[in-house]
Design a binder for this molecule. Structure first.
Ligand code: PMP
Length: 384
């Protein structure tokens, strides 16, 4: 038998796969994995078919279909007053995940350190490790999941090369504020750091808050890869179309990786998304749409033993279950799925040491009826 010394010994099957499989096995309502249980705009599907019939079925250009890159550049000019050159500064990728990998692989060398704010999306650390880098973990504060800038400063060494950011944040629903931008700018300029900014939930932000994209702030935009995902924006997570915008010098290196990871991303999907994005279809509606879902879920859960934490963006709601049990979060998430028929995600799965507070993540990108049925089950749970 051949055996292999794993390059990623700490990595198993992701919790998202585990919980979705368990939910399917026991017939639980699945509020675990972050994907909508409703369809995207049918006109978007028609657009894909139209482009397929019109012959857009061969390789797209390596950096992406030009009209989609132009539409993304126009979006950034409109939303953040930052001009990215579609030819040299915008690249289409196979989802945000590929863009994150490419940005890290293009910049992190053996022995480099990367600041990772935890909890964090689970692709960051394997991407860093495969590139020979070392993740240096800094915990977000609890319960507001803010960035402790003193802790970030304390974690920086001469080997620090990249700072990973995520706003709006998965799993916490926290968003970066104006004060953070000042702290961040001072740190990255002083230590000459690059930023990989995961902004896949850029259009899902609530209560009138402004999305503080790195693209809005010149000193940050000049040293950032900003990552987006049309899976989140157009309810099409299965299409896996994402992108990165970055200054030309960074994009040149990014594309060297992208070129040999996937070469290019599915052509008809890029054209269909360009049709929508050129007219800004679906963008303005997205935050109010998900804010209504957040508020519905919260109102349905009022009076339950779950205590909601603030959610200012993304489509995830954290709930503290200390009034039910002091069980560890992964064990409670499994019991909740099996015994009460609602699947969620334990926040320990977003932490390298797995030591989490009594908090679960619920995805509210679901039909109102799904949220009602789930809340009905969750409301009946007593202390144990
Ligand atoms: N970053 C975060 C924070 C996410 O939640 C996700 C999707 N779950 C991604 C990146 C990846 O996006 P995509 O599906 O476009 O690869």
């Amino acid at each position: 038998m051949i055996s292999l010394d794993s390059k990623l010994p700490a990595v198993g099957t992701t919790i998202f796969t585990v919980m979705s499989k368990l939910a399917a096995e026991v017939g639980a309502i699945n509020l675990s994995q972050g994907f909508p249980d409703f369809e995207c705009d049918p006109a978007l599907i028609d657009a894909v078919a139209t482009h397929m019939r019109a012959g857009s079925n061969q390789y797209a250009p390596m950096p992406g279909v030009l009209r989609l890159r132009e539409a993304i550049a126009a979006k950034y000019a409109h939303d953040h007053r930052r001009r990215y050159d579609p030819e040299t500064e915008v690249t289409i990728t196979s989802g945000g995940t590929e863009a994150i990998f490419d940005a890290i692989a293009a910049t992190v060398r053996h022995g480099d350190e990367v600041i990772v704010l935890e909890p964090c999306y689970d692709s960051y650390v394997p991407s860093i490790v495969l590139s020979g880098g070392t993740p240096v973990f800094v915990r977000l504060t609890y319960p507001d999941y803010a960035i402790d800038w003193d802790a970030v400063r304390a974690a920086i060494t001469p080997r620090t090369r990249v700072l990973m950011l995520n706003t709006p944040h998965n799993p916490a629903g926290a968003v970066l504020g104006r004060d953070d931008i000042g702290e961040l700018t001072a740190i990255v300029e002083r230590h000459n750091l690059l930023i990989v900014s995961d902004e896949v939930y850029e259009h899902i932000i609530f209560d009138g808050l402004q999305h503080e994209s790195m693209a809005r702030h010149e000193p940050l935009a000049g040293r950032s890869f900003v990552v987006g995902s049309f899976g989140k924006t157009y309810h099409t997570t299965g299409w896996k179309v994402g992108y990165a915008v970055a200054p030309a010098a960074l994009t040149t290196e990014f594309r060297k990786v992208h070129q040999f990871v996937t070469f290019s991303t599915s052509t008809p999907f890029q054209h269909a998304i360009a049709d929508f994005l050129e007219r800004r279809r679906g963008l303005a509606e997205l935050s109010p749409f998900f804010q209504a879902k957040r508020d519905l879920f919260l109102s349905l859960m009022a009076g339950s033993r779950f205590a909601p934490l603030p959610c200012r963006g993304s489509y995830f709601q954290l709930m503290d279950y200390a009034a039910i049990t002091d069980e560890a979060d992964a064990a409670f998430a499994i019991r909740l799925t099996r015994a009460h028929g609602v699947a969620s995600i334990p926040t320990s799965s977003f932490l390298h040491d797995g030591v989490a507070p009594t908090v679960l993540r619920f995805c509210f990108a679901k039909k109102d009826d799904t949220l009602r049925a789930a809340a009905e089950r969750l409301r009946t749970i007593e202390a144990s």
